[in-house]
Design a protein. Sequence first.
Lengths: 200, 200
Amino acid sequence: MAVTAISYHPAMVRWAPDSRARLVRAALELYGERGFENTTVAEIAGRAGLTERTFFRHFADKREVLFAGGSALEELVVGAVAGAPTESGPIDAVAAALELAGTRFFDDRDFSRRRQAIIAANAELRERELMKLHSLAAAAAAALHRRGVGEPQATLAAESGIAVFRVAFERWIDEDQPEQDFAQLVRESLAQLRELAAHA
Amino acid sequence: MAVTAISYHPAMVRWAPDSRARLVRAALELYGERGFENTTVAEIAGRAGLTERTFFRHFADKREVLFAGGSALEELVVGAVAGAPTESGPIDAVAAALELAGTRFFDDRDFSRRRQAIIAANAELRERELMKLHSLAAAAAAALHRRGVGEPQATLAAESGIAVFRVAFERWIDEDQPEQDFAQLVRESLAQLRELAAHA
């Protein structure tokens, strides 16, 4: 990946993370102002005070600015499911992993809220977001298989875990609510799922 | 919709449903033989012994041959959630609706299996399938809202219900298993979700 390659140049190490963050900030601003579909890579680079070439060193296209964190989140979830205590049940292993991932990734509520509004406004981005969540569920199910969990338990636990995660995320970015701790919201949503499942 | 319009011509009433079924059969055959992306509408119509014009009276494009049942399934699920006994909990209302829908729609295992293999082989079709399932979950959640179920319970119940449905469907089309009753598989998957959720 180009991002890794440029870290061979010591002088670039310092500015590279900053240029990436500037590109993300510029893209979010522009997508919010004029819509995702009406924004070009040249405009994003221009707003960030960088070149298009620099943009493409960090992102494959303008869509990836919004989804670049997804793979790292997936890796973290897979690692956390694998490392969950042996006695954890499948849903708990997934929920604990998503709680950890959320705590690491969702530290800027305003950013997440603006990103979500941009995605909600565009069909292609909504599809991409769904595919990412589906991929996250599949990765979590595969991590459960490696813990010896069979089917259909692994898929049920992974998909329910993702539902818990989405609900927690929606509540976390809800403008009508004061900011709450993401991990706490995951635990509450899981408790709600348990209660729903307990009532026949 | 054109399908409805042509039923004004009494002579056409008899062959219209048959031409639709012939188009679906021809499309499934061709997608299976040469792949979805390598099949044209002209070829589907030709194999069915019909014209392209007839094809477009029934389907907007070659993709819709695979997804045309989705809206009817969604309507049935929404209606069944609305009509569930007052005392049914949210997950039960959704699961019972999906059980009913599955029983009505999944009566031809060989057809469903071939359709699923075609979808699995094409990224665009996989995305479309995910979007349909997402739309089904959203419609079920909205039907729960109308029953007075709040958030996040409605979303958790709808999404978990869809996970139960997917698992039941995967088991139903599994070639290594003798054919089982779809409704029974939904009930078993729901019982498995309950058991998973009960274990902390």
